[in-house]
Design a protein around this ligand. Structure first.
Ligand code: FES
Length: 112
């Protein structure tokens, strides 16, 4: 993908898991969360629509105990993995800001 940056290998993200990317380290405009489901990957800006905090307290810990939803560690809002929609919590009905990414030849790319 011309003009895009390689974030990581898809296999660097556990299937069913999530990984955080620091803007400063990765040369991105904002911190990102990338989630993997099989050969698919989904990315969001790491900023809760409720009060604008990063979602995680501990590195790469973005999912609730079910592993099915993202959780904000500040007030517990829950978000769907595939579209970032908040299904529960103080910002119910809002969404995480999606970021376009692509998986090509086993690598994950994002626009800078
Ligand atoms: S800042 Fe995320 S739920 Fe309040």
């Amino acid at each position: 993908m011309a003009g895009n940056a390689r974030l990581c290998a898809l296999d660097d993200i556990p299937d069913g898991g999530a990984k955080g990317f620091d803007a400063g380290t990765c040369g991105l405009a904002e911190d990102l969360i990338v989630l993997r489901r099989g050969r698919d990957a989904f990315a969001y800006v790491n900023r809760c629509p409720h009060q604008g905090t990063p979602l995680e307290t501990f590195p790469d810990r973005f999912l609730d105990q079910t592993g099915e939803l993202l959780i904000c560690s500040t007030h517990g809002a829950r978000f769907r993995v595939r579209d970032g929609f908040c299904v529960k919590g103080p910002c119910e009905g809002a969404s995480l800001q999606a970021v376009a990414i692509a998986v090509e030849d086993g690598d994950v790319f994002v626009s800078r």
